[in-house]
Design a protein around this ligand. Structure first.
Ligand code: CTP
Length: 399
């Protein structure tokens, strides 16, 4: 089914032999009713002419970063805001490298850096360039920025060599994007709630009880849900992380505030409780700073278990409830017990005794315990990529 009708595509053409295929990409997009604006890099113009591009797209071609006429009409910010998505095809090794470093020395790289839209990259280069560790590292960075890579294919190359590096065929690139829009349109009906980060339970105005949670995994999950078109609310304890564009961020300090905001933001189809909620709070928080003394007795009481409360609530319980568990020992037994006790559909457990994964690290290694007694180990992986895997499974379960 065609989902490209009226979609706004900003196509960036870089300078490679595959640039001639971008003309075919424009032609198919136009046939499907999409609106296509195009940016050509300086070297792209050595392979195809702006006149061919403009004739097919029926739009003027943008090229210069500092163009008096274009800036007045549509500058680099407006161009990226106009688009529903940005497609870079062909993406050369040079452009991939520039984007991975956040360089912005021409219109194409500046638009991408300034963009808040989904970015798709269709690489095209010689097989040795494709396989070079520098290129691999750059692509790895781009994937972590959330950019989606289409291809490349394996085959005979224009240079006479054979291997991986050929740009994916125009039909397949357009199909990939059609599928993307289909997914986004379908997922728009879902609402997700994510809790993340630690909570602060105050003792007096300057001291609190907390834990080592950075909130990174929860933020990555919220980012991935949003990327997949799901309306997402992120209820976050204190962290140093940046808000995620398009995600409804609610900042809280204590478990009580997190609980109240969770209630306010239900119903939802999915709730993912990744927050490391402090188990106890101080019964009587001192109004003034407690003076130094030899002994301090804290009168602690149990915080409400947000996850348990929601998962056992008949009318509030989302279709999918996912808990997290940070364990230092007996991971499997503790997790299976927690899954049942907290009435979760899945419990995602990690062993936080290894400092290279878990708290504060960019990596995680988890086992997902499912309600149906299956379990799945996901070996050490970037938190952003783990988030994508979790969200992929959530969506397939919702559907
Ligand atoms: N959780 C919650 N509210 C709490 C405590 C925990 O919502 N007051 C949620 C966490 O967000 C997580 C799951 O429950 O999804 C498990 O948290 P964890 O700290 O591992 O478990 P606890 O119940 O606190 O048990 P323990 O600390 O004894 O392992």
């Amino acid at each position: 089914m065609n989902k490209l009708n009226s979609k706004k595509i900003l196509l960036i053409i870089c300078g490679g032999i595959a640039a001639y295929k971008s003309l075919e990409i424009i032609r198919i997009f136009k046939k499907k009713g999409a609106l296509v604006k195009t940016i050509m890099t300086k070297s792209a113009k050595k392979f195809v002419t702006p006149l061919s591009v403009t004739s097919l797209s029926q739009e003027k071609v943008y090229s210069e970063l500092f163009d008096y006429n274009n800036e007045a009409e549509m500058d680099h910010i407006s161009l990226s805001r106009w688009a529903d998505i940005i497609l870079i095809a062909p993406a050369t090794a040079n452009t991939i490298s520039k984007l991975s470093y956040g360089l912005s020395d021409d219109l194409a790289s500046t638009v991408v850096l300034a963009s808040n839209k989904p970015i798709f990259i269709a690489p095209a280069m010689n097989v040795r360039m494709w396989e070079h560790p520098a290129n691999k590292e750059n692509l790895y960075k781009l994937k972590n920025f959330g950019y989606q890579i289409i291809g490349p294919d394996i085959g005979d190359m224009a240079c006479g060599e054979y291997g991986e590096g050929k740009m994916t065929e125009p039909d397949n690139i357009v199909n990939y994007l059609n599928h993307y829009f289909k997914k986004i349109i379908n997922n728009k009906k879902f609402k997700a709630l994510v809790t993340a980060g630690p909570t602060h339970e105050y003792i007096d105005p300057v001291r609190f009880i907390s834990n080592k949670s950075s909130g990174k995994q929860g933020y990555e999950i919220a980012k991935s849900l949003k990327k997949n078109g799901i309306e997402t609310t992120l209820i976050s304890g204190p962290t140093i992380l940046d808000p995620i564009p398009g995600v409804n961020l609610i900042k809280v300090k204590s478990a009580k505030e997190m609980f109240n905001e969770t209630l306010k933001n239900l119903p939802a189809d999915i709730a993912i409780f990744s927050a490391a909620v402090a188990d106890w709070k101080v019964k009587n928080v001192e109004k003034n700073k407690i003076k130094k003394k030899d002994k301090l007795n804290l009168n602690l009481e149990k915080n409400i278990d947000i996850l348990k409360h929601i998962s056992n609530h008949n009318s509030l319980r989302p279709k999918i409830v996912i808990g997290f568990a940070a364990e230092t020992n007996n991971l499997a037994n503790n997790s299976k017990k927690k899954l049942l006790e907290k009435n979760c559909d899945w419990l995602i457990s990690n062993d936080v005794s290894d400092p290279k994964i878990g708290f504060n690290s960019d990596y995680n290694e988890v086992t997902i315990f499912y309600k149906n007694k299956n379990q799945e180990k996901i070996s050490k992986i970037k938190k952003s990529l783990l988030a994508d895997k979790i969200v992929e499974r959530v969506i397939s379960q919702l559907n």
